[in-house]
Design a protein around this ligand. Structure first.
Ligand code: ZN
Length: 344
């Protein structure tokens, strides 16, 4: 890898960390708001309990005033009784007094109800006040926690900004502009290549592209997602070791998608073995074997150059797939291979 590309790989990691930190920092006001809203709810419960007590006291006072005015009325009736002129008037007066006394009785019952209820309301208020005290302490604790975490994040973000600035200053200007342009539209500008595949869009690389990326002498873009690709040999060693018994053997066989064969392309294996080049192709739609050619004293890279020109590498785990399925590839293999192709 060029030193510029190495720096860009590091820059991408720093940029990703910065994005993560900025998202955390941007979420802080909302988090504090949510914490505060819990406190507001607890405060409201106390206020509601106080308001209910006030309302019940007002009701009690209204009943007491009504009783007072009824008593005044009764006193007035009694004072009139000495001046009544006949039995009819006297009876009417007594009836008025009896009615006022009955009304007083009703008000007194209502007052009793209010007083009984007052105890429950007082209990609710004490509960709400205790909850508010507990909630306030908890909220203070949570706020301190958020503030401490955000101070740490702010410091880390400042460090990341400084590191990014330093890296950017060390990368060639045009390449940096390309990095910024792709990062802006794609989120990430760089993609690692693993198992012949762009890890960002999962599409297999053309052989020429793969060898350019491996060589690491120039900036290579993915055909499909146009990200800048990079290759770290250590990340690919294990796969090569486990996918075939020997690296040399592996190099002598390649599965490819060949768009020029079959009705809509073919999956074909190209093999160099004992001085002969072999190609076997299966229709990409049906999986049927459609072509097989063996050329003596040849290597597939040159003898089948025409088929290979627009071909794409496929990743195939099975070492001798074409011997296992001589006439037709099974559906699951077809699906896996089709999945490795870029979406039309
Ligand atoms: Zn890609």
């Amino acid at each position: 890898m060029t030193s510029d590309l190495t720096k860009l790989v590091e820059l991408q990691a720093v940029d990703a960390e910065l994005t993560r930190l900025n998202m955390l920092l941007a979420a802080i006001p909302k988090t504090l708001e949510r914490i505060e809203s819990q406190l507001a709810a607890a405060k409201k419960r106390v206020e509601d309990a106080r308001a209910a007590i006030k309302a019940s006291e007002a009701t009690k006072r209204a009943h007491e005033q009504d009783i007072q005015s009824l008593n005044d009325k009764i006193a007035k009736f009694r004072s009139q009784s000495s001046s009544v002129k006949n039995n009819e008037q006297y009876k009417a007066l007594l009836s008025e007094i009896a009615q006022a006394e009955a009304e007083i009785g009703t008000h007194e019952e209502k007052i009793l109800e209010v007083m009984e209820n007052a105890e429950a309301l007082q209990g609710k208020l004490s509960e709400a006040e205790a909850a508010l005290t507990a909630e306030s302490a908890e909220i203070e604790r949570q706020k301190k926690e958020v503030e401490a975490a955000s101070a740490g994040d702010r410091k880390a973000a400042a460090d990341a900004v400084a590191k990014a600035k330093k890296l950017r200053a060390a990368v060639e200007e045009t390449l940096l502009a390309t990095y910024d342009r792709i990062a802006k539209s794609r989120g990430r500008a760089l993609a690692e290549v693993l198992e012949h595949r762009c890890t960002a869009c999962q599409v297999m690389l053309r052989p020429q592209l793969l060898s350019n990326v491996r060589a690491g002498l120039e900036v290579v873009h993915c055909d499909t997602c146009s990200r800048i690709m990079y290759y770290i040999p250590e990340h690919n060693i294990q796969k090569v070791d486990t996918s075939a018994s020997s690296i040399a053997h592996q190099a002598e066989r390649e599965w490819m998608f060949v768009p020029t064969l079959g009705t809509q392309g073919a999956f074909a294996v190209f093999i160099n073995h004992k001085g002969a080049a072999k190609m076997k192709a299966y229709d990409a739609q049906t999986g049927e074997a459609i072509a097989q050619r063996t050329e003596k004293n040849a290597v597939f890279q040159t003898i089948f150059a025409e088929e290979l020109r627009d071909a794409r590498n496929l990743f195939v785990d099975e070492p001798s797939l074409e011997e296992k399925f001589k006439d037709k590839l099974p559906v699951e293999v077809l699906l896996d291979m089709r999945h490795q192709l870029p979406k039309a």
